[in-house]
Ligand binder design. Structure first.
Ligand code: FAD
Ligand code: NAD
Length: 367
């Protein structure tokens, strides 16, 4: 089948084919891309509908089919990275020959701008909720067995709830379940769970409703989104992280990623702005990481400290930044990542530009 192409060269568009055995059906997508990986494939199977989205840079290829026969929930996805082939292996429930794969649904076999694809949501089950601080909790959501997706470093998802009859959508940044780079959550196999660190505002529309969810309740979770690219850190020597409050969330996976994968890395410095000591997220884990990894340093700065606090005080300023963010060597390859409230992020960008950092050396996490 040939795909509908909008806004890009036809020769670049992926195509698909399918074949079957007695007990399985395999859908193969030829992406015509090198360097594919499993993060680029998002698969859902619900109510006999198979939806596969393959992300190729700013574009998205969609398979959207009402399957002609029922299949089991456990679907395997194989990505042949070098040749760019994606195989989706479905297990038949009845071992009968299929005459066709199924009925095409909306936008099936299209290759369009990712931003035009629209967000797809699936229902995930809340399986645990644990306190991080007095007002912030770690929520663990279980993806449906037939869903395959991983949230890349630096990307967020949207959560959707119906509040008093109205659909409300807010972005949240999935985190690792720990800063321990080798820690594995025993109850959750890879990719099956999403961990979200969320601050509950008593008068917050969405977060207060989220806090009312009970274990076993469901919530809608979208496909991942975001502009951060791993290539921004691949050959990095210094990584400076500037976080305020829950703006710490994108830094979690980023820390895990760079400390295990970026060989060129000399230093990672985190400046973490909070109101009080009680607001510092994962302070114990951060202090442990400082001891464990010589490359990592953190500084906590409080805007409303108690009298006993001997650490840094105040809000983001040019002098605090220039004091702490010192390059490991002159002209080192550096990236500064910023995340917090909009005014915090804007001030951070401005101060850093004034200090001589260029646009390519600054990444702000925003929706
Ligand atoms: P809202 O109803 O929006 O209110 C939030 C707080 O602000 C309340 O205390 C409210 O009283 C107060 N408030 C609202 N409007 C005003 C106003 N005009 N003036 C003064 N005060 C006001 N949050 C997380 O906790 N974890 C994350 O991982 C996370 N990731 C995010 C990723 C992205 C890309 C973005 C953009 C945001 C992220 N957020 C995250 C923030 C999150 O999306 C919500 O904004 C947050 O949960 C608050 O939503 P709410 O509906 O509960 O509160
Ligand atoms: P908070 O209100 O507890 O503030 C934490 C610190 O941020 C303060 O101590 C202060 O140092 C600094 N700060 C706050 N407002 C500031 C301002 N106007 N100017 C300068 N500095 C300021 O923070 P919170 O309640 O945890 O909120 C975190 C913010 O981060 C939210 O606005 C949230 O939407 C945003 N966030 C964004 C993303 C993203 O990816 N874009 C991810 C997570 C959180």
């Amino acid at each position: 089948p040939e795909s509908k192409i909008v806004g890009t060269s036809k020769s670049l568009a992926p195509s698909y084919d399918w074949f079957q055995t007695d007990c399985s059906v395999t859908v193969v997508v030829y992406t015509k891309q090198k360097g594919m990986n499993s993060e680029m494939v998002i698969l859902d199977y619900e109510d006999s509908r198979l939806r596969g989205e393959i992300i190729i840079r700013d574009y998205s290829y969609l398979l959207n089919i009402e399957l002609s026969n029922a299949v089991q929930e456990d679907i395997a996805v194989h990505v042949a990275e070098k040749v760019g082939k994606v195989e989706i292996v479905l297990k038949k429930i009845d071992n009968i020959p299929w005459k066709k794969l199924g009925q095409p649904l909306e936008s099936h076999n299209s290759f369009i701008k990712r931003t035009d694809q629209g967000l797809y949501y699936r229902k995930c089950k809340l399986i645990s909720k644990t306190d991080v601080t007095h007002d912030t909790k770690l929520f663990c959501l279980l993806l449906p067995q037939s869903t395959h997706f991983q949230v890349p470093v630096g990307q967020h998802v949207y959560l959707k709830q119906i509040v008093t009859g109205k659909e409300i959508v807010k972005p949240y940044t999935p985190v690792s379940c720990s800063l321990q780079t080798h820690f594995k959550e025993p109850s959750c196999h890879d990719g099956a769970c999403l961990f979200l660190m969320i601050k509950i505002y008593p008068s917050g529309l969405f977060s207060s409703e989220l806090d009312r969810l009970q274990i076993g309740d469901y919530i809608y979770v979208s496909n991942p989104e975001g502009s951060f690219q791993k290539s921004q850190v691949q050959t990095l020597e210094d990584l400076f992280l500037l976080a305020a409050g829950t703006g710490f969330t994108p830094m979690i996976k980023l820390l895990n990623y760079v400390l295990t994968n970026v060989n060129s890395l000399w230093t990672v410095k985190l400046m973490f702005f909070n109101k009080t000591e009680d607001d510092i997220l994962w302070r114990d884990q951060l202090e442990q990481l400082i001891l464990q990894d010589k490359r990592f340093e953190a500084q906590f700065i409080l805007s409303e400290p108690s009298k006993e606090w001997n650490g840094k005080r105040g809000k983001i300023s040019s002098s605090l930044l220039s004091e702490f963010f010192k390059r490991s060597k002159q002209d080192s390859k550096v990236l500064i990542c910023i995340c917090g409230s909009a005014p915090f992020t804007e001030q951070g960008e401005r101060f850093l530009k004034d200090l001589g950092y260029c646009k390519e050396e600054i990444h702000s996490f925003t929706a």
